[in-house]
Design a protein around this ligand. Sequence first.
Ligand code: B12
Ligand code: SF4
Length: 493
Amino acid sequence: MKVLLINPEFPDTYWSFRHALPFERKRCAFPPLGLLTVSALLPKDWERRLVDLNVRSLKAADIEWADMVFVTGMLVQKESLHETVRRSKAKGKRVVLGGPYVTTTIENLPDADHIFIGEAETTLPQFIEDLERGEAKPTYRAVERPPLSTTPVADFHLADMKRYSAMSVQYSRGCPFNCEFCDIIEIYGRVPRTKSNQQILAEFDTLLRLGWRGTVFIVDDNFIGNKKNVRKLMPELAAWQAKNGYPFSLLTEASVNLADDEDLLDHMRMAGFSRVFLGIETPVEESLKEAQKSQNRGNLLESVRRIQSYGMEVMAGFIVGFDNDPEDIFERQINFIRDSAIPLAMVGLLTALPDTQLWRRLEKEGRLLGESTGNNTNCALNFVPKMDAARLVEGYQSIMRTIYKPSEYYKRALDSMMRTSKCTTESNNFQIFLGVEAFVRLVLRLGVLDSERKEFWRFFVRTLTKHRDMFAASMRFAAMGYHFRKLNEAYGK
Ligand code: B12
Ligand code: SF4
Protein backbone atom coordinates (compact mmCIF):
# COMPACT_ATOMS: atom_id res chain seq x y z
CA MET A 1 0.00 0.00 0.00
CA LYS A 2 1.34 3.45 -0.93
CA VAL A 3 0.12 6.35 1.19
CA LEU A 4 0.59 9.99 0.31
CA LEU A 5 0.26 12.29 3.34
CA ILE A 6 -0.67 15.87 2.48
CA ASN A 7 -0.64 18.98 4.63
CA PRO A 8 -2.68 21.75 2.90
CA GLU A 9 -1.41 25.29 2.53
CA PHE A 10 -1.75 27.91 5.28
CA PRO A 11 -2.67 31.50 4.54
CA ASP A 12 -0.45 34.28 5.80
CA THR A 13 -1.06 34.60 9.56
CA TYR A 14 0.72 35.43 12.82
CA TRP A 15 2.06 31.90 13.10
CA SER A 16 3.02 31.42 9.47
CA PHE A 17 6.14 33.61 10.00
CA ARG A 18 6.08 33.73 6.21
CA HIS A 19 7.93 37.00 5.82
CA ALA A 20 10.65 36.08 8.33
CA LEU A 21 11.46 32.58 7.12
CA PRO A 22 13.13 33.51 3.79
CA PHE A 23 15.98 35.23 5.66
CA GLU A 24 17.02 31.78 6.86
CA ARG A 25 16.03 30.12 3.59
CA LYS A 26 13.30 28.17 5.40
CA ARG A 27 9.95 27.45 3.83
CA CYS A 28 7.77 26.76 6.85
CA ALA A 29 7.83 27.20 10.61
CA PHE A 30 6.79 23.73 11.82
CA PRO A 31 6.19 20.28 10.30
CA PRO A 32 2.67 18.74 10.40
CA LEU A 33 3.00 16.65 13.54
CA GLY A 34 -0.53 15.21 13.27
CA LEU A 35 0.23 13.66 9.89
CA LEU A 36 3.66 12.41 10.98
CA THR A 37 1.94 10.74 13.95
CA VAL A 38 -0.73 9.22 11.72
CA SER A 39 2.04 7.87 9.48
CA ALA A 40 3.65 6.16 12.47
CA LEU A 41 0.33 4.42 13.21
CA LEU A 42 0.25 2.78 9.76
CA PRO A 43 1.59 -0.74 9.15
CA LYS A 44 5.38 -0.75 8.89
CA ASP A 45 5.42 -2.31 5.43
CA TRP A 46 3.23 0.38 3.85
CA GLU A 47 5.13 2.94 1.81
CA ARG A 48 4.54 6.57 2.73
CA ARG A 49 5.51 10.00 1.47
CA LEU A 50 4.80 13.45 2.85
CA VAL A 51 3.92 16.51 0.79
CA ASP A 52 3.64 19.64 2.90
CA LEU A 53 2.16 22.27 0.59
CA ASN A 54 3.80 24.93 2.73
CA VAL A 55 7.15 23.57 1.64
CA ARG A 56 6.57 22.49 -1.93
CA SER A 57 3.78 22.16 -4.48
CA LEU A 58 1.71 19.05 -5.11
CA LYS A 59 2.50 17.46 -8.46
CA ALA A 60 0.19 15.21 -10.42
CA ALA A 61 2.89 12.52 -10.19
CA ASP A 62 2.72 12.64 -6.38
CA ILE A 63 -0.94 11.73 -6.46
CA GLU A 64 -0.52 9.18 -9.24
CA TRP A 65 2.11 7.35 -7.15
CA ALA A 66 -0.32 6.78 -4.26
CA ASP A 67 -2.99 4.19 -3.57
CA MET A 68 -4.46 6.31 -0.79
CA VAL A 69 -4.23 10.00 0.02
CA PHE A 70 -4.33 11.11 3.68
CA VAL A 71 -5.10 14.79 4.26
CA THR A 72 -5.04 16.76 7.51
CA GLY A 73 -5.98 20.37 8.22
CA MET A 74 -7.21 23.15 10.44
CA LEU A 75 -10.14 25.39 9.61
CA VAL A 76 -7.72 27.97 8.29
CA GLN A 77 -6.46 25.49 5.67
CA LYS A 78 -9.87 24.51 4.38
CA GLU A 79 -9.59 26.05 0.91
CA SER A 80 -6.39 24.25 0.13
CA LEU A 81 -7.77 21.09 1.79
CA HIS A 82 -10.85 21.07 -0.44
CA GLU A 83 -8.68 21.61 -3.51
CA THR A 84 -6.36 18.75 -2.49
CA VAL A 85 -9.31 16.39 -2.03
CA ARG A 86 -10.74 17.43 -5.37
CA ARG A 87 -7.47 16.77 -7.19
CA SER A 88 -6.97 13.41 -5.50
CA LYS A 89 -10.53 12.28 -6.21
CA ALA A 90 -10.17 13.39 -9.85
CA LYS A 91 -7.32 10.89 -10.11
CA GLY A 92 -9.53 8.17 -8.66
CA LYS A 93 -7.71 7.89 -5.33
CA ARG A 94 -9.16 6.75 -2.02
CA VAL A 95 -9.07 9.86 0.19
CA VAL A 96 -8.85 9.79 3.98
CA LEU A 97 -9.40 12.96 6.01
CA GLY A 98 -8.68 13.82 9.64
CA GLY A 99 -7.54 16.63 11.93
CA PRO A 100 -9.13 19.66 13.64
CA TYR A 101 -11.06 21.00 10.62
CA VAL A 102 -13.10 17.88 9.92
CA THR A 103 -13.41 17.23 13.65
CA THR A 104 -15.07 20.57 14.35
CA THR A 105 -16.63 21.94 11.18
CA ILE A 106 -20.36 22.33 10.81
CA GLU A 107 -20.16 22.86 7.06
CA ASN A 108 -20.54 20.13 4.46
CA LEU A 109 -17.46 17.98 4.59
CA PRO A 110 -15.41 17.43 1.45
CA ASP A 111 -16.17 14.40 -0.65
CA ALA A 112 -13.66 12.03 0.97
CA ASP A 113 -13.97 8.25 1.29
CA HIS A 114 -13.16 8.09 4.98
CA ILE A 115 -13.39 10.79 7.59
CA PHE A 116 -11.79 10.61 11.02
CA ILE A 117 -13.38 12.64 13.77
CA GLY A 118 -11.09 13.17 16.75
CA GLU A 119 -7.82 11.55 17.66
CA ALA A 120 -6.76 8.59 15.54
CA GLU A 121 -4.77 6.34 17.90
CA THR A 122 -7.63 3.85 18.32
CA THR A 123 -9.67 4.48 15.19
CA LEU A 124 -6.84 4.16 12.64
CA PRO A 125 -5.91 0.57 13.66
CA GLN A 126 -9.63 -0.26 13.38
CA PHE A 127 -9.74 1.29 9.88
CA ILE A 128 -6.72 -0.75 8.78
CA GLU A 129 -8.40 -3.97 9.97
CA ASP A 130 -11.66 -3.01 8.24
CA LEU A 131 -9.80 -2.11 5.06
CA GLU A 132 -8.10 -5.51 4.96
CA ARG A 133 -11.52 -7.14 5.25
CA GLY A 134 -12.90 -4.82 2.55
CA GLU A 135 -15.28 -3.25 5.04
CA ALA A 136 -13.83 0.19 5.68
CA LYS A 137 -16.47 2.65 6.88
CA PRO A 138 -17.07 6.23 5.71
CA THR A 139 -16.73 7.71 9.19
CA TYR A 140 -14.56 6.86 12.17
CA ARG A 141 -15.29 8.68 15.38
CA ALA A 142 -13.05 8.36 18.43
CA VAL A 143 -15.59 7.49 21.13
CA GLU A 144 -13.10 8.00 23.94
CA ARG A 145 -9.99 10.13 24.08
CA PRO A 146 -7.07 7.71 23.86
CA PRO A 147 -4.33 7.60 26.48
CA LEU A 148 -1.12 9.04 25.02
CA SER A 149 0.71 5.81 25.82
CA THR A 150 -0.83 4.68 22.50
CA THR A 151 0.84 7.50 20.56
CA PRO A 152 3.96 6.32 18.72
CA VAL A 153 7.06 8.41 18.02
CA ALA A 154 6.12 10.44 14.95
CA ASP A 155 7.72 9.61 11.59
CA PHE A 156 9.94 12.70 11.71
CA HIS A 157 12.21 11.29 9.00
CA LEU A 158 9.47 11.96 6.41
CA ALA A 159 9.83 15.72 6.91
CA ASP A 160 12.48 17.55 4.92
CA MET A 161 13.96 19.01 8.11
CA LYS A 162 16.14 21.64 6.50
CA ARG A 163 13.03 23.36 5.16
CA TYR A 164 11.57 24.00 8.64
CA SER A 165 12.68 26.52 11.22
CA ALA A 166 11.62 24.30 14.15
CA MET A 167 10.59 20.75 14.93
CA SER A 168 7.52 19.84 16.97
CA VAL A 169 6.84 17.25 19.66
CA GLN A 170 3.80 16.83 21.86
CA TYR A 171 3.86 15.94 25.56
CA SER A 172 0.22 16.40 26.52
CA ARG A 173 -3.27 16.98 25.11
CA GLY A 174 -6.12 18.83 26.77
CA CYS A 175 -6.37 21.62 29.31
CA PRO A 176 -8.06 21.76 32.75
CA PHE A 177 -9.43 25.29 32.28
CA ASN A 178 -12.76 26.32 30.83
CA CYS A 179 -12.35 29.40 28.63
CA GLU A 180 -15.60 30.14 26.85
CA PHE A 181 -14.10 30.66 23.37
CA CYS A 182 -11.77 27.65 23.48
CA ASP A 183 -12.19 24.65 21.17
CA ILE A 184 -9.21 22.79 22.64
CA ILE A 185 -11.28 21.59 25.58
CA GLU A 186 -14.04 20.46 23.20
CA ILE A 187 -11.62 18.57 20.93
CA TYR A 188 -9.03 17.29 23.41
CA GLY A 189 -10.90 17.46 26.71
CA ARG A 190 -10.39 18.99 30.14
CA VAL A 191 -8.40 16.14 31.64
CA PRO A 192 -4.87 16.67 30.36
CA ARG A 193 -3.30 13.41 29.24
CA THR A 194 0.48 13.19 29.09
CA LYS A 195 3.05 10.88 27.58
CA SER A 196 5.48 9.11 29.89
CA ASN A 197 8.94 10.59 30.41
CA GLN A 198 10.44 7.73 28.41
CA GLN A 199 8.10 8.42 25.49
CA ILE A 200 8.91 12.10 25.20
CA LEU A 201 12.64 11.57 25.68
CA ALA A 202 12.52 8.92 22.93
CA GLU A 203 11.13 11.63 20.64
CA PHE A 204 13.96 13.96 21.61
CA ASP A 205 16.44 11.13 20.94
CA THR A 206 14.90 10.58 17.50
CA LEU A 207 15.17 14.24 16.55
CA LEU A 208 18.77 14.33 17.75
CA ARG A 209 19.62 11.16 15.81
CA LEU A 210 18.08 12.64 12.67
CA GLY A 211 20.46 15.57 13.03
CA TRP A 212 18.06 18.23 14.26
CA ARG A 213 19.59 21.13 16.22
CA GLY A 214 17.74 24.31 17.20
CA THR A 215 14.20 25.11 18.22
CA VAL A 216 11.81 22.39 19.34
CA PHE A 217 8.19 23.44 19.87
CA ILE A 218 6.37 21.38 22.51
CA VAL A 219 2.96 21.86 20.91
CA ASP A 220 0.83 21.19 23.99
CA ASP A 221 -2.40 23.08 24.45
CA ASN A 222 -1.20 23.90 27.92
CA PHE A 223 2.19 22.45 28.86
CA ILE A 224 1.44 22.82 32.57
CA GLY A 225 -2.09 21.38 32.29
CA ASN A 226 -0.98 18.35 34.27
CA LYS A 227 1.48 19.96 36.67
CA LYS A 228 2.07 16.81 38.67
CA ASN A 229 3.47 14.97 35.65
CA VAL A 230 5.32 18.01 34.29
CA ARG A 231 7.14 18.37 37.60
CA LYS A 232 8.31 14.77 37.28
CA LEU A 233 9.43 15.32 33.69
CA MET A 234 11.46 18.45 34.28
CA PRO A 235 14.56 17.02 36.01
CA GLU A 236 14.82 14.30 33.37
CA LEU A 237 14.43 16.75 30.53
CA ALA A 238 17.09 19.03 32.04
CA ALA A 239 19.43 16.06 32.46
CA TRP A 240 18.83 15.00 28.86
CA GLN A 241 19.66 18.48 27.58
CA ALA A 242 22.80 18.71 29.70
CA LYS A 243 23.97 15.24 28.65
CA ASN A 244 23.55 16.11 24.98
CA GLY A 245 25.07 19.60 25.17
CA TYR A 246 21.78 21.56 25.00
CA PRO A 247 20.96 20.78 21.36
CA PHE A 248 17.41 22.16 21.59
CA SER A 249 16.00 25.52 22.51
CA LEU A 250 12.47 24.83 23.76
CA LEU A 251 9.27 26.74 23.09
CA THR A 252 5.84 25.87 24.44
CA GLU A 253 2.35 27.19 25.29
CA ALA A 254 1.17 27.54 28.87
CA SER A 255 -1.48 29.21 30.97
CA VAL A 256 -0.56 32.38 32.88
CA ASN A 257 -0.64 30.61 36.26
CA LEU A 258 2.82 29.28 35.30
CA ALA A 259 4.02 32.48 36.96
CA ASP A 260 2.76 31.23 40.35
CA ASP A 261 5.15 28.28 40.37
CA GLU A 262 8.73 29.50 40.72
CA ASP A 263 10.08 26.02 41.27
CA LEU A 264 8.63 24.89 37.93
CA LEU A 265 9.92 28.06 36.25
CA ASP A 266 13.39 27.34 37.53
CA HIS A 267 13.23 23.79 36.23
CA MET A 268 12.02 25.03 32.86
CA ARG A 269 14.95 27.39 32.71
CA MET A 270 17.32 24.53 33.45
CA ALA A 271 15.65 22.36 30.81
CA GLY A 272 16.31 25.02 28.15
CA PHE A 273 12.93 26.68 27.67
CA SER A 274 13.68 29.97 25.97
CA ARG A 275 10.17 31.02 24.90
CA VAL A 276 6.66 30.51 26.17
CA PHE A 277 3.37 31.51 24.56
CA LEU A 278 0.71 32.64 27.07
CA GLY A 279 -3.02 33.17 26.60
CA ILE A 280 -3.30 36.61 28.23
CA GLU A 281 -6.23 37.75 26.05
CA THR A 282 -7.05 41.04 27.80
CA PRO A 283 -6.09 43.23 30.73
CA VAL A 284 -9.81 43.97 31.36
CA GLU A 285 -11.10 42.04 34.35
CA GLU A 286 -14.77 42.02 33.28
CA SER A 287 -13.81 40.60 29.87
CA LEU A 288 -11.69 37.91 31.51
CA LYS A 289 -14.65 37.03 33.71
CA GLU A 290 -16.90 36.84 30.67
CA ALA A 291 -14.37 34.54 28.96
CA GLN A 292 -14.33 32.34 32.09
CA LYS A 293 -10.59 32.86 32.26
CA SER A 294 -10.25 32.69 36.02
CA GLN A 295 -6.64 31.53 35.83
CA ASN A 296 -5.60 35.00 34.58
CA ARG A 297 -6.10 36.54 37.98
CA GLY A 298 -3.90 38.97 39.87
CA ASN A 299 -1.36 41.31 38.40
CA LEU A 300 -0.82 40.09 34.84
CA LEU A 301 2.07 42.46 34.18
CA GLU A 302 3.82 41.08 37.23
CA SER A 303 3.17 37.49 36.07
CA VAL A 304 4.77 38.20 32.69
CA ARG A 305 7.76 39.86 34.31
CA ARG A 306 8.30 36.91 36.64
CA ILE A 307 8.33 34.44 33.75
CA GLN A 308 10.74 36.67 31.82
CA SER A 309 13.00 36.79 34.88
CA TYR A 310 13.59 33.07 34.39
CA GLY A 311 15.14 33.73 30.98
CA MET A 312 12.04 33.01 28.92
CA GLU A 313 10.82 35.38 26.24
CA VAL A 314 7.07 35.74 26.61
CA MET A 315 4.90 35.57 23.49
CA ALA A 316 1.17 35.99 24.00
CA GLY A 317 -2.29 36.01 22.50
CA PHE A 318 -4.60 39.02 22.95
CA ILE A 319 -8.25 39.33 21.98
CA VAL A 320 -10.58 42.26 21.38
CA GLY A 321 -14.32 41.95 20.82
CA PHE A 322 -15.58 40.70 24.18
CA ASP A 323 -19.02 41.99 25.19
CA ASN A 324 -17.48 43.65 28.24
CA ASP A 325 -14.72 45.45 26.38
CA PRO A 326 -14.83 49.15 27.30
CA GLU A 327 -14.52 51.95 24.75
CA ASP A 328 -10.84 52.45 25.59
CA ILE A 329 -9.98 48.75 25.13
CA PHE A 330 -7.64 49.45 22.23
CA GLU A 331 -5.43 51.87 24.17
CA ARG A 332 -5.47 49.51 27.16
CA GLN A 333 -4.28 46.60 25.03
CA ILE A 334 -1.54 48.74 23.46
CA ASN A 335 -0.37 49.93 26.86
CA PHE A 336 -0.38 46.43 28.28
CA ILE A 337 1.62 45.03 25.37
CA ARG A 338 4.09 47.92 25.67
CA ASP A 339 4.49 47.60 29.45
CA SER A 340 4.79 43.83 29.39
CA ALA A 341 7.68 43.85 26.87
CA ILE A 342 6.07 41.17 24.72
CA PRO A 343 7.55 41.65 21.25
CA LEU A 344 5.55 38.89 19.52
CA ALA A 345 1.99 39.76 20.50
CA MET A 346 -0.71 37.89 18.58
CA VAL A 347 -3.71 40.19 18.65
CA GLY A 348 -6.91 38.86 17.17
CA LEU A 349 -10.60 39.60 16.97
CA LEU A 350 -12.71 37.32 19.11
CA THR A 351 -13.76 34.35 16.97
CA ALA A 352 -16.54 31.89 17.66
CA LEU A 353 -15.16 28.50 16.69
CA PRO A 354 -17.69 25.74 15.99
CA ASP A 355 -19.04 23.82 18.95
CA THR A 356 -17.48 25.99 21.63
CA GLN A 357 -19.37 27.41 24.61
CA LEU A 358 -19.08 30.84 22.97
CA TRP A 359 -20.56 29.45 19.75
CA ARG A 360 -23.50 27.97 21.63
CA ARG A 361 -24.16 31.19 23.60
CA LEU A 362 -24.03 33.40 20.52
CA GLU A 363 -26.27 31.00 18.65
CA LYS A 364 -28.83 31.21 21.47
CA GLU A 365 -28.58 35.00 21.39
CA GLY A 366 -29.06 35.03 17.60
CA ARG A 367 -25.68 36.71 17.05
CA LEU A 368 -23.84 34.12 14.96
CA LEU A 369 -23.07 35.04 11.36
CA GLY A 370 -21.56 31.73 10.17
CA GLU A 371 -18.47 29.59 10.41
CA SER A 372 -15.25 31.49 10.93
CA THR A 373 -12.36 31.40 8.48
CA GLY A 374 -10.21 30.18 11.37
CA ASN A 375 -7.91 33.15 10.84
CA ASN A 376 -8.43 35.54 13.74
CA THR A 377 -6.22 38.27 12.32
CA ASN A 378 -7.95 38.94 9.00
CA CYS A 379 -10.58 41.39 10.33
CA ALA A 380 -13.52 39.10 9.52
CA LEU A 381 -16.11 38.86 12.32
CA ASN A 382 -18.33 35.80 12.48
CA PHE A 383 -20.71 37.20 15.10
CA VAL A 384 -22.45 40.47 15.91
CA PRO A 385 -20.34 42.21 18.57
CA LYS A 386 -21.71 44.47 21.30
CA MET A 387 -19.43 47.28 20.17
CA ASP A 388 -20.14 48.76 16.75
CA ALA A 389 -18.49 46.31 14.30
CA ALA A 390 -16.76 48.98 12.21
CA ARG A 391 -15.39 50.64 15.35
CA LEU A 392 -14.14 47.26 16.61
CA VAL A 393 -12.32 46.44 13.37
CA GLU A 394 -10.84 49.93 13.14
CA GLY A 395 -9.75 49.74 16.79
CA TYR A 396 -8.19 46.34 16.19
CA GLN A 397 -6.28 47.69 13.20
CA SER A 398 -5.09 50.64 15.25
CA ILE A 399 -3.58 48.21 17.79
CA MET A 400 -1.75 46.35 15.02
CA ARG A 401 -0.52 49.55 13.39
CA THR A 402 0.81 50.83 16.69
CA ILE A 403 2.46 47.76 18.17
CA TYR A 404 4.26 46.77 14.99
CA LYS A 405 5.57 50.24 14.21
CA PRO A 406 9.35 49.60 14.16
CA SER A 407 10.07 52.08 16.98
CA GLU A 408 7.48 50.40 19.27
CA TYR A 409 8.42 46.87 18.30
CA TYR A 410 12.18 47.29 18.68
CA LYS A 411 11.67 48.95 22.05
CA ARG A 412 9.72 45.90 23.27
CA ALA A 413 12.39 43.58 21.87
CA LEU A 414 15.11 45.49 23.75
CA ASP A 415 13.03 45.51 26.95
CA SER A 416 12.39 41.80 26.59
CA MET A 417 16.11 41.07 26.16
CA MET A 418 16.85 43.22 29.17
CA ARG A 419 14.40 41.23 31.30
CA THR A 420 15.45 37.78 30.11
CA SER A 421 19.20 38.22 29.72
CA LYS A 422 20.08 38.05 33.41
CA CYS A 423 18.98 34.47 33.45
CA THR A 424 20.20 33.17 30.12
CA THR A 425 21.23 29.53 30.15
CA GLU A 426 23.52 27.87 27.67
CA SER A 427 20.59 26.69 25.58
CA ASN A 428 18.94 30.11 25.60
CA ASN A 429 21.99 31.41 23.87
CA PHE A 430 21.55 28.92 21.10
CA GLN A 431 22.25 30.41 17.70
CA ILE A 432 18.65 30.42 16.57
CA PHE A 433 19.27 32.86 13.81
CA LEU A 434 22.08 31.06 12.11
CA GLY A 435 24.57 31.90 9.48
CA VAL A 436 26.38 34.74 7.80
CA GLU A 437 24.22 34.49 4.68
CA ALA A 438 21.00 34.94 6.67
CA PHE A 439 22.54 37.91 8.42
CA VAL A 440 23.57 39.52 5.13
CA ARG A 441 20.06 39.06 3.69
CA LEU A 442 18.56 40.60 6.81
CA VAL A 443 20.88 43.61 6.80
CA LEU A 444 20.26 44.16 3.11
CA ARG A 445 16.47 44.05 3.50
CA LEU A 446 16.07 45.90 6.81
CA GLY A 447 19.19 48.04 6.95
CA VAL A 448 19.49 49.12 3.29
CA LEU A 449 16.31 48.67 1.28
CA ASP A 450 13.72 49.29 3.98
CA SER A 451 12.20 52.73 4.52
CA GLU A 452 12.43 52.15 8.29
CA ARG A 453 16.17 51.37 8.16
CA LYS A 454 17.05 54.06 10.72
CA GLU A 455 15.07 52.19 13.37
CA PHE A 456 16.83 48.96 12.45
CA TRP A 457 20.29 50.50 12.87
CA ARG A 458 19.29 52.10 16.16
CA PHE A 459 18.17 48.67 17.39
CA PHE A 460 21.32 47.07 15.99
CA VAL A 461 23.62 49.47 17.81
CA ARG A 462 21.71 49.15 21.11
CA THR A 463 21.88 45.37 20.85
CA LEU A 464 25.62 45.46 20.27
CA THR A 465 26.22 47.79 23.18
CA LYS A 466 23.80 46.25 25.68
CA HIS A 467 22.97 42.70 24.63
CA ARG A 468 25.92 41.45 22.62
CA ASP A 469 25.45 37.99 24.17
CA MET A 470 21.95 37.85 22.66
CA PHE A 471 22.89 38.98 19.18
CA ALA A 472 21.40 35.94 17.41
CA ALA A 473 18.14 36.36 19.31
CA SER A 474 18.05 40.06 18.44
CA MET A 475 18.38 39.32 14.73
CA ARG A 476 15.52 36.85 15.03
CA PHE A 477 13.48 39.65 16.61
CA ALA A 478 14.31 41.91 13.67
CA ALA A 479 13.20 39.24 11.17
CA MET A 480 9.98 38.59 13.10
CA GLY A 481 9.24 42.32 13.32
CA TYR A 482 9.44 42.45 9.55
CA HIS A 483 6.97 39.55 9.29
CA PHE A 484 4.44 41.31 11.51
CA ARG A 485 4.82 44.58 9.66
CA LYS A 486 4.13 42.82 6.35
CA LEU A 487 1.19 40.96 7.85
CA ASN A 488 -0.17 44.22 9.10
CA GLU A 489 0.17 45.80 5.66
CA ALA A 490 -1.91 42.92 4.30
CA TYR A 491 -4.65 42.87 6.96
CA GLY A 492 -4.36 45.91 9.13
CA LYS A 493 -4.62 48.95 6.88
C1 B12 B 1 1.29 23.15 16.68
C2 B12 B 1 0.07 23.93 16.31
C3 B12 B 1 0.21 24.86 15.33
C4 B12 B 1 1.53 25.10 14.63
C5 B12 B 1 1.90 24.17 13.52
C6 B12 B 1 0.84 23.36 12.87
C7 B12 B 1 1.28 22.45 11.77
N1 B12 B 1 2.35 22.65 11.08
O1 B12 B 1 0.58 21.51 11.53
C8 B12 B 1 1.39 26.55 14.20
C9 B12 B 1 2.06 27.34 15.30
C10 B12 B 1 1.98 26.96 12.86
C11 B12 B 1 -0.11 26.74 14.26
C12 B12 B 1 -0.72 27.78 13.67
C13 B12 B 1 -2.05 28.04 13.74
N2 B12 B 1 -2.97 27.37 14.44
CO1 B12 B 1 -2.54 25.75 15.39
N3 B12 B 1 -2.24 24.39 16.61
C14 B12 B 1 -1.18 23.72 16.94
C15 B12 B 1 -1.50 22.77 18.08
C16 B12 B 1 -1.12 23.45 19.39
C17 B12 B 1 -0.86 21.42 17.99
C18 B12 B 1 -1.02 20.71 16.64
C19 B12 B 1 -0.33 19.40 16.69
O2 B12 B 1 0.75 19.24 16.15
N4 B12 B 1 -0.92 18.45 17.41
C20 B12 B 1 -0.35 17.15 17.62
C21 B12 B 1 -1.02 16.12 16.73
C22 B12 B 1 -0.48 14.75 17.05
O3 B12 B 1 -2.41 16.17 16.98
P1 B12 B 1 -3.48 16.43 15.82
O4 B12 B 1 -2.93 17.36 14.83
O5 B12 B 1 -4.77 16.72 16.42
O6 B12 B 1 -3.54 15.00 15.10
C23 B12 B 1 -4.30 13.92 15.65
C24 B12 B 1 -5.74 13.87 15.18
O7 B12 B 1 -6.30 15.13 14.89
C25 B12 B 1 -5.72 12.98 13.99
N5 B12 B 1 -5.39 13.52 12.69
C26 B12 B 1 -4.83 14.67 12.34
N6 B12 B 1 -4.68 14.74 11.02
C27 B12 B 1 -5.13 13.60 10.50
C28 B12 B 1 -5.21 13.17 9.18
C29 B12 B 1 -5.75 11.91 8.92
C30 B12 B 1 -5.81 11.44 7.51
C31 B12 B 1 -6.21 11.09 9.98
C32 B12 B 1 -6.77 9.76 9.71
C33 B12 B 1 -6.14 11.55 11.30
C34 B12 B 1 -5.61 12.79 11.55
O8 B12 B 1 -4.71 12.05 14.32
C35 B12 B 1 -3.69 12.64 15.11
C36 B12 B 1 -3.34 11.67 16.22
O9 B12 B 1 -4.43 11.48 17.06
C37 B12 B 1 -3.04 22.65 17.92
C38 B12 B 1 -3.78 22.19 19.13
C39 B12 B 1 -3.74 20.67 19.25
N7 B12 B 1 -3.81 20.19 20.44
O10 B12 B 1 -3.64 19.92 18.30
C40 B12 B 1 -3.41 24.01 17.39
C41 B12 B 1 -4.62 24.18 16.46
C42 B12 B 1 -4.63 23.04 15.49
N8 B12 B 1 -4.32 25.44 15.79
C43 B12 B 1 -5.34 26.18 15.62
C44 B12 B 1 -5.31 27.48 15.02
C45 B12 B 1 -6.59 28.26 15.04
C46 B12 B 1 -4.15 28.00 14.44
C47 B12 B 1 -4.00 29.36 13.72
C48 B12 B 1 -5.10 29.70 12.76
C49 B12 B 1 -3.80 30.47 14.75
C50 B12 B 1 -3.65 31.84 14.11
N9 B12 B 1 -4.68 32.62 14.18
O11 B12 B 1 -2.65 32.18 13.56
C51 B12 B 1 -2.64 29.19 13.00
C52 B12 B 1 -2.82 28.90 11.50
C53 B12 B 1 -1.64 28.31 10.81
C54 B12 B 1 -0.82 29.24 10.00
N10 B12 B 1 0.42 28.94 9.81
O12 B12 B 1 -1.27 30.20 9.52
C55 B12 B 1 -6.59 25.51 16.13
C56 B12 B 1 -7.41 24.91 14.99
C57 B12 B 1 -8.89 25.10 15.17
C58 B12 B 1 -9.65 24.39 14.07
N11 B12 B 1 -10.79 23.90 14.42
O13 B12 B 1 -9.22 24.30 12.96
C59 B12 B 1 -6.02 24.47 17.13
C60 B12 B 1 -6.88 23.24 17.35
C61 B12 B 1 -5.76 25.17 18.47
C62 B12 B 1 -6.71 26.25 18.86
N12 B12 B 1 -7.89 26.00 19.30
O14 B12 B 1 -6.35 27.38 18.76
N13 B12 B 1 -0.72 25.79 14.98
S1 SF4 C 1 -6.18 28.04 29.04
FE1 SF4 C 1 -5.98 27.98 26.79
S2 SF4 C 1 -6.20 25.83 26.22
FE2 SF4 C 1 -6.94 26.05 28.33
S3 SF4 C 1 -9.16 26.33 28.16
FE3 SF4 C 1 -8.24 28.37 28.21
S4 SF4 C 1 -7.86 28.95 26.05
FE4 SF4 C 1 -8.25 26.73 26.14
